[in-house]
Design a binder for this molecule. Structure first.
Ligand code: ATP
Length: 616
């Protein structure tokens, strides 16, 4: 009978595992046991040997006592002693073999799961990452694989070693003294009953332990990412309070878990004591009445005492795995989260683009009943530069996300070369697009590696050429290690303008025909801004470009400007046409230039001001 069916049978007979846990465990075995059955078979071989040697020790106790002590035979005594040493050495080596085999298969399962989880996580939508706290995901991915190892190893060792040992010892007990065995076994159901009562409480507690564990990771992340705000607003004591709270909550739950798990010990010890006392009473009584030989009694007692530990572990199996089951459950939730159609569907090849991008009656919502785009129509001819302007929250960034299929449109379609982008392979589509966002993410590694993100097979010369064209070479050479400078989380910090030029270099290296820009030059000083702007201009040359403009001065030369407000195109035309129209664009424009006169430091009209203008 396969182990999967065996676990199922055990469960159905004695309610050994709760329904949900049983399903998960079955799935765990389905996923892993079949794949690693060879390694498990080796481990099982060692376990069977350990079980056999343990049972043999108890079995030979009878002859040893009867022959040696009754017969006063020193030769037999020595033979038996040597035999015991031999058995123990054999058992020691088998235990070693079993531990190594189990660790190897456990490590392999963890490694495979980590790979599988990461691959799966990579396929999620950007929406998933927006709505899932990173601390939660980190805890699930890193803790989940470890929990699987714990659960599988505990079950396999319990079933393999403890169960086989128990069977061996019970056989010895039953063969030697059937009646005594019955007396001892009467106690067992009581032990199961006691433990099953504890399991539900452990499950609830494990879930809340996990929650507070995640909270601690989250607070640490916030401390790293928000260090400046924490310092500048003197949030230290507040953060400390939050951490104290989470740590205390976790400590309380850990203590509770420890006491719940240990609670089975008094029960088991008491029941074990009762079983031994009953056996003693009965065997004493039967010896007085001329029953079994002392050898039989010794053999039985040895088997019973040896059976006590594995029996205890088997009964506590549920308690031991239940705390880890929460990790398994949460890991499977990640694996069961489906990949969105935008990441998986569409197989049409797209190797070259011969026309532009068309938005046809596009409607979109992130959340049901809250439309973000409505009936949006736009045409972006090949090699044209079109600009999106408008108040904050109007839907400009959403438009760029849709072109890259971070999401799929809810209504209408986006067409490239006359083909609905949903029919295209998402990999091919994204290969044709270079995206420069407002905040440039730098990966841990060198600046060279970070620029090479644009095209992984680019040579060092190509990387440098892209950096020169993006006006980044100059500042890179001023750094101590030039292109080999470490950036990213624990590397050299780059300024906003420098980061942007790294992003532009990446996009230049990618040399994709469609360019999506979220132009944020507002935070830069005028000299840097001029450089970044020049880099942008170079990047846009000969490409079909959609740019979100925050400064109207940068888009006066755009081929067409779309004013996006409340998810739709409010106005469209060239800069001149839109000014002549005297609508929202003209108001935004006049306001920005007025602001420029008012405040020579900033020509930027705030989004908030723009929103107010729209309302007028
Ligand atoms: N991931 C998301 N989930 C739910 N709603 C979102 C999400 N991203 C954006 N929104 C909402 O969609 C609307 C449009 O946002 P979007 O970022 O596209 O506007 P925008 O015009 O680019 O604004 P800004 O100029 O401030 O960047 C806003 O109301 C915003 O709150």
């Amino acid at each position: 009978m396969s182990i999967v069916r065996w676990v199922g049978l055990l469960n159905s007979r004695i309610g050994f595992l709760g329904d949900e846990s049983a399903l998960l465990i079955r799935r765990l075995f389905r996923d892993n046991f079949r794949r690693y059955w060879r390694q498990y078979a080796v481990a099982f071989g060692f376990m069977a040997f350990v079980a056999g040697t343990t049972a043999a020790m108890a079995w030979f106790m009878r002859d040893m006592v009867n022959q040696v002590f009754a017969g006063n035979d020193i030769g037999t005594l020595l033979a038996y002693s040597s035999f015991v040493i031999l058995l123990s050495v054999g058992k020691g080596f088998a235990t070693y073999g079993q531990d190594v085999a189990m660790s190897r298969v456990g490590n392999r399962i963890v490694a495979d799961l980590q790979r599988r989880l990461y691959r799966h996580v990579l396929g999620f939508s950007t929406d998933f990452f927006t709505r899932t706290p990173s601390s939660d995901l980190i805890a699930r991915v890193s803790g989940g694989a470890e929990a699987v190892r714990n659960v599988l190893n505990t079950i396999v060792v319990s079933v393999g070693r403890d169960f086989l040992t128990l069977i061996g010892l019970l056989t010895v007990m039953i063969v030697q003294a059937p009646l005594l065995s019955f007396v001892a076994l009467v106690i067992a159901p009581l032990a199961f009953w006691g433990v099953i009562k504890l399991v539900k409480r452990i499950r609830t507690l494990a879930a809340s332990e996990f929650r507070f564990g995640v909270r601690i990771v989250q607070l640490l992340q916030e401390t790293v990412h928000g260090a400046r705000i924490i310092k500048s607003y003197n949030l230290g004591p507040y953060m400390e309070g939050q951490m104290d709270e989470a740590v205390l909550a976790l400590e309380t739950r850990n203590n509770k878990m420890a006491s719940l798990q240990a609670r089975s010990s008094p029960l088991m010890e008491a029941l074990g004591g009762i079983a031994i006392a009953l056996v003693l009473l009965y065997s004493g009584w039967s010896a007085m009445n001329g029953g079994q030989s002392p050898g039989v009694f010794m053999s039985f007692l040895t088997a019973m005492l040896l059976a006590y530990e594995p029996a205890k572990r088997l009964v506590r199996l549920r308690l031991n795995i239940e705390a880890s089951m929460i990790g398994v459950r949460l890991m499977y939730e990640v694996l069961d989260e489906p990949h969105p159609p935008s990441e998986t569907l569409g197989t049409g090849r797209l190797e070259h683009i011969s026309s532009g991008v068309v938005f046809r009656d596009v409607g979109f919502h992130y959340r049901r009943d809250v439309p973000v785009l409505r009936g949006l129509n736009m045409e972006v001819p090949k090699h044209a530069k079109i600009a999106l302007v408008g108040p904050s929250g109007g839907g400009k960034s959403t438009i760029l996300s849709l072109v890259q299929r971070f999401y799929d449109v809810s209504e209408g379609a986006i067409l490239i070369d006359g083909r609905d982008i949903r029919e295209l392979s998402v990999r091919d589509l994204r290969a044709q697009i270079a995206f420069v966002s407002q905040d440039t993410y730098l990966f841990g590694g060198t600046l060279r590696d970070n620029i090479r993100v644009g095209r992984m097979d680019a040579s060092d010369d190509e990387v440098e050429r892209a950096a020169r064209d993006a006006f980044a070479h100059e500042f890179i050479m001023e750094l101590d290690h030039g292109y080999d400078t470490n950036v990213g989380e624990n590397g050299v910090q780059l300024s906003g303008g420098q980061r942007q030029r790294v992003a532009i270099a990446r996009a230049l290296l990618k040399a994709a025909p469609i360019l999506l820009l979220d132009e944020a030059t507002s935070a830069l000083d005028s000299e840097t801004e001029a450089k970044v702007q020049a880099a942008f201009d170079r990047l846009m040359k000969g490409r079909t470009t959609i740019v979100i403009a925050h400064r109207l001065s940068t888009i006066v030369n755009a081929d067409r400007i779309f004013v996006i407000s409340a998810g739709t195109v409010l106005e469209e035309g060239s800069h001149r046409q839109l000014l002549a129209r005297n609508g929202l664009y003209a108001r935004l424009h006049n306001h920005q230039f007025a602001a420029q006169d008012d405040d020579s430091g900033s020509a930027f009209v705030s989004e908030e001001r723009a929103s107010r203008l729209v309302a007028h």
